[in-house]
Design a binder for this molecule. Sequence first.
Ligand code: MN
Length: 205
Amino acid sequence: MAFEVPPLPYDYNALEPHIDEETMRLHHDKHHQAYVDKANEALKGTPLEGKPVEEVLANLSQLPEDKQAAVRNNAGGHHNHTLFWESMSPNGGGEPTGELAEAINQAFGSFEAFKEQFEANGVAQFGSGWTWLVLENGQLKATKTPNQDSPILQGQIPLLGNDVWEHAYYLTYRNRRPDYLKAWWNVVNWDKVAERYAAAKAAQS
Ligand code: MN
């Protein structure tokens, strides 16, 4: 089946004041839709057409060379944004609990230290890209990627990602990316991240 933009799991204005309604409408309905349309177009007639997006991203080399960049960017954009919408909730914020909290403390020293590194990676990403919490060989890591590159390209499983393209924050935060990165913690859905962590651990063990 061709890729589709999943409906937002909350209203467009539900993440205000941290993310404004107009940003959510443009970001979800226009930007994400464009990645989906272009990914579907690029995959047409290739051996990966109709495959799950994770499988597509893990097997880019199976595509004709002249399709690889378009699929990397647009299937990457589709996967990144699908994960992004689900990573947020109007009831979000606070701190992770349980095994995920323990793993974050073990990997980064503390939740505060993790947040600092995640924000710093977002600030340091020159131009457009993403800041991530990923699982790699059973180990939590904070990373960043340019453009719409998915951590899946590196064999990592993304658990949480924040979009630092200007389209994600410019209407409210203008040039103040660090302020956006700080405010974003108020909407993070830690239950969802914990669910991904449990699934990722099972997949990598
Ligand atoms: Mn985006």
